[in-house]
Design a protein around this ligand. Structure first.
Ligand SMILES: [Zn+2]
Length: 178
């Protein structure tokens, strides 16, 4: 039972009430994003547990992959917040929204091409490939993975910005027609 005065409660009910969560290894919300915090105890999530990273796996909001809750807090608040856990478990697949975030941060210059390539490559090499929707697979393997290729050392990028904008438009068309 959780006390109403629990120190971890800070108005989360306004955005976390009755949400669906998925158990997942921590994944960056968009390329270059390097950590998150538990929405309750503020414990740090990251790719591997280290001196300051407490959690490498936990619960993430299933529809947007954005809010993380650590196992202990999930246990403690699950009932009060009426959370559900998605049947789709384990290895996540990037959502269309995450792919869009990758494109927009690349286009805005918030993520480097190298960051985006690294992010996409990791997914392309993961076991999640078998359950990846075709449009997500296309964006990751045909576009984002290799986005940092150059004609040669110190040469310009193979793909210019207008090409990236075209691909982004194509991706949005594909997911809109689903
Ligand atoms: Zn926590």
């Amino acid at each position: 039972m959780v006390e109403e005065t629990d120190w971890r409660l800070m108005g989360q009910e306004s955005y976390l009430m009755a949400r669906e969560f998925r158990w997942s290894p921590w994944v960056e919300y968009r390329p270059g994003w390097d950590h998150d915090h538990c929405e309750f105890c503020t414990g740090e999530f990251g790719p591997i547990v280290s001196e300051h990273v407490e959690f490498a796996v936990g619960y993430v909001t299933a529809d947007d992959n954005y809010r993380w809750v650590c196992p202990q807090c999930f246990q403690d608040f699950r009932e009060a917040f009426r959370w559900t856990v998605s049947a789709e478990s384990g290895e996540g697949v990037p959502t269309a929204r995450q792919i869009e975030a990758a494109f927009t941060s690349l286009i805005a210059g918030e993520s480097s091409r190298e960051d985006v390539d690294r992010w996409a490559s990791r997914w392309v090499a993961s076991p999640a490939v078998s359950s990846m929707p075709p449009d997500i697979w296309w964006a990751l393997s045909d576009v984002l993975c290799g986005i940092d290729l150059r004609h040669g050392p110190d040469q310009p990028y193979l793909f210019d910005e207008s090409q990236i904008l075209d691909w982004f438009a194509e991706f949005q068309r594909r997911i809109a027609s689903e």
